[in-house]
Design a protein around this ligand. Structure first.
Ligand SMILES: Nc1nc2c(ncn2[C@@H]2O[C@H](COP(=O)(O)OP(=O)(O)O)[C@@H](O)[C@H]2O)c(=O)[nH]1
Ligand SMILES: [Mg+2]
Length: 203
């Protein structure tokens, strides 16, 4: 749940980009970092990567958004490593999550990895006594530029066929297509939640 600091009038919100290995999570954060206009609004992009450029632990990008209800809002964007073996790391990064962007790889041959990662997300939330249906999340169908991308309708059928459908976005993160549309929606959902429900307060 979001952290509200009454003393400094700050609202801190944690967003985690989740999805299978190489679906484009790090690319999303790089594009956000590279294209946020006002330098003061963004912090440094911290990537803990292996020599082969794969995310080892997480990427982290803080950005500051507008003041709302007199609170300065700070979004902390994290990615998780997608490789199956790094599940403990994913569980750690998910701690205290407020909102999730699930990035799916649109290529047909990645569909089972997408489903596996989505199921893994639900399991990891459950182990923290969280339910995906209680957490604002959006879907991003990335790599739309590739010729073997599955139709969006098909991706919707595979990943967004629950009782409550969530907003979904077609994207080509490496061209920055869809990156800000996705981010704007998850931040909007989170701010609406904050306005409507309020959040836990820190002393
Ligand atoms: N063609 C294409 N390649 C992409 C796109 N987004 C990311 N990639 C590439 O996919 C690879 C994995 O991306 P990365 O962001 O490291 O994935 P992560 O493992 O989810 O963090 C990199 O080579 C990216 O350049 C996209 O929209 N289209
Ligand atoms: Mg990565």
């Amino acid at each position: 749940m979001a952290i509200i600091n009454q003393a400094t009038k700050e609202l801190q919100v944690k967003i985690v980009y989740y999805g299978p290995a190489k679906c484009g999570k790090t690319t999303n954060l790089e594009q956000v970092h590279g294209n946020v206009q006002n330098v003061k609004e963004k912090g440094k992009l911290v990537s803990l990567a292996t020599s082969s450029d794969r995310t080892l632990f997480f990427d982290f990008l803080p950005i500051e958004a507008m003041a709302i209800k007199g609170f300065k809002t700070k979004f902390q964007l994290y990615t998780v490593p997608g490789q199956v073996i790094y599940n403990t790391t994913r569980q750690l990064v998910l701690r205290g999550v407020d909102g999730i962007v699930f990035v799916a790889d649109s290529q047909y041959d990645k569909m089972s990895e997408n489903v596996e990662s989505f199921t893994n997300l639900e399991e990891n939330l459950k182990s923290q006594k969280l339910n995906l249906s209680d957490i604002p999340y959006v879907l991003q169908y990335n790599k739309r530029d590739l010729p073997n991308a599955a139709p969006v309708d098909y991706m919707e059928y595979v990943l967004n066929n629950r009782e409550l459908q969530v907003p979904s976005f077609a994207a080509s993160a490496s061209k920055c297509d869809g990156v800000f549309e996705t981010l704007n929606m998850i931040t909007r959902l989170l701010l609406n939640k904050f306005i409507n429900e309020g959040s836990r307060k820190t002393p």
